[in-house]
Design a protein around this ligand. Structure first.
Ligand SMILES: NC(=O)c1ccc[n+]([C@@H]2O[C@H](COP(=O)([O-])OP(=O)(O)OC[C@H]3O[C@@H](n4cnc5c(N)ncnc54)[C@H](OP(=O)(O)O)[C@@H]3O)[C@@H](O)[C@H]2O)c1
Length: 439
């Protein structure tokens, strides 16, 4: 009979507490699947006194995460504290150096220190598993790292932040503003008190950097990700997208191009018929374009205690089975430096919404400036000014929205054309620009 795997868990919050519960509830099934039991032998958190609705009888309370990581009675150290610095980082470092396997759900830490930690895991013989760090219950890390080991991946993209997708879904379905939806998301616990990390795209960027490394065999490079958030999106954009056959989603996209790997996070128009466009609310999804077959889309809960615990426990089960997959799918020495494709050379279609001053010929001026940059227009819509005055009469039009969709072009050409249009003084305010991602 093989001895059970002895697990130490640092962090007993939303995820950690559910991991303890899941291991308890699934004990017999896990033992059958792994050929050995999995036992939580020690835990720690910030406050020992806190009420947690957990049965911790017979489980040692370690003084600190570092003590737990150094505990000789622990085979597998599970880090569920969060944050890219200490105490999580030193504890993981110590656990790996003592030859233990490590499981974590910490995207911030893996995006920043993943490479060095993977090297340490390799050198000392432990595993470093982080399935829950991207898409929680969606097994996308394993899919890229193991399931698609025989496939060349050309593009991986997805909805990786539930807060942003919740906000965009409500804006689209109810015609509400970004600010109104954000307030609701905070009230319902989908958004943090300080939502900027989510809505400005940085959470998505960390997850995308991890996916890009797994997909393309490159070193994780969060600094190579171009990032734009969703706060500038208006209900008018979502209505226009609907009319044009698109939906707007905050996507993280990593794609192999002739100029290198493009990694970008921004609001994106996707065809309404695409799989990714069907993903609503807090749900996450990842689409993988592999060579030789149609795209694979994985959809599921990207957050929450139970969903995240499911991925953490699967990672622990791999350790119990003796699986020591290379953290990024290949030895660290075989990971290539990321050749960053410059965003100015991004190629694709663009949606533009410009507020034309009420001047005859504004659309013609815009069309001329685009033509100068060899940008072809797929469609153009000049709308009547929206809104009514206090008497219910149509508001006197002083600005007319002009909406354009271009055929594939380069980002720098679009920027040059818009600069010229602004210089012509035929529009007011900042133009809205949304990139289009076709299937
Ligand atoms: N929540 C999700 O839906 C989700 C989804 C995917 C990934 N993740 C990742 O999972 C990790 C944990 O997230 P969470 O939502 O469970 O966080 P959480 O609810 O805030 O829990 C954090 C836990 O860490 C403990 N802790 C904080 N500082 C500590 C310290 N100095 N020493 C020891 N323990 C300390 C806290 O102790 P006390 O309980 O005593 O305060 C708490 O138990 C993060 O990396 C997060 O990014 C979370």
């Amino acid at each position: 009979m093989v001895a059970p795997l002895k697990v130490g868990i640092a962090g007993l919050g939303t995820v950690g507490a559910d991991v303890v519960r899941l291991i308890e509830a699934q004990g017999a099934a896990l033992a059958a699947r792994c050929g050995r039991g999995i036992r939580v032998v020690a835990v720690t958190a910030r406050s020992k006194a806190k009420k947690r609705n957990l049965d911790l009888r017979g489980i040692t309370w370690a003084k600190s995460a570092l003590d737990l990581a150094n505990d000789a009675n622990v085979d597998c150290f599970v880090e569920l504290i969060g944050g890219s610095g200490d105490p999580a980082l030193s504890a993981i470092d110590a656990a790996l150096q003592s030859g233990k396997s490590v499981v974590t759900a910490n995207k911030a830490l893996i995006a920043k220190h993943g490479l060095r930690l993977a090297k340490s895991a390799e050198a000392h013989g432990g595993a470093l598993n982080f399935e829950a760090a991207v898409g929680a219950a969606i097994p996308v890390v394993k899919t890229l790292r193991e399931g698609l080991a025989g496939t060349e991946v050309n593009r991986v993209y997805g909805i990786l932040n539930g807060t942003c997708n919740y906000i965009l879904t409500r804006m689209e379905q109810e015609g509400l503003s970004f600010a109104e939806c954000l307030k609701d998301a905070q009230r319902l616990g989908y958004a943090e008190a300080d939502p900027s990390f989510d809505v400005d795209g940085h959470d998505t960027a960390q997850k995308l950097a991890i996916l890009a490394s797994l997909a393309f065999g490159t070193k994780v490079a969060q600094s190579a990700v171009y990032v734009e958030g969703i706060s500038s999106i208006t209900p008018a954009d979502l209505r226009a997208a609907e009319d044009l056959g698109y939906r707007v989603k905050l996507l993280g996209v990593a794609v192999r191009t002739a100029k290198g790997i493009e990694q970008r996070v921004h609001p994106t128009m996707v065809p309404k018929s695409s799989s990714i466009a069907q993903v609503m609310g807090v749900t996450n999804a990842v689409t993988i374009d592999g060579e030789g077959f149609p795209p694979i889309t994985l959809v599921g809960p990207g957050a929450g205690g139970a969903a995240t615990a499911s991925a953490v426990v699967a990672d622990i089960a791999d350790v119990a089975r003796g699986i020591r997959a290379k953290p990024f799918g290949r030895p660290v020495a075989r990971l290539r430096a990321t050749k960053k494709a410059p965003m100015e050379r991004h190629e694709g279609g663009y949606y533009m919404r410009l507020m034309a001053r009420d001047l005859a010929g504004t659309a013609a001026t815009i069309a001329t400036r685009l033509a100068e940059q060899k940008i072809s227009i797929e469609s153009i819509v000049q709308r009547h000014a929206e809104g009514v005055d206090e008497n219910g009469m149509p508001r006197k039009a002083s600005q007319v929205p002009v909406i354009l969709v271009t055929y594939a072009t380069h980002e720098d050409a679009v920027r040059r054309a818009l600069k010229a249009v602004q210089h012509d003084k035929v529009i007011s305010g900042r133009p809205q620009l949304i990139r289009i991602e076709k299937n």
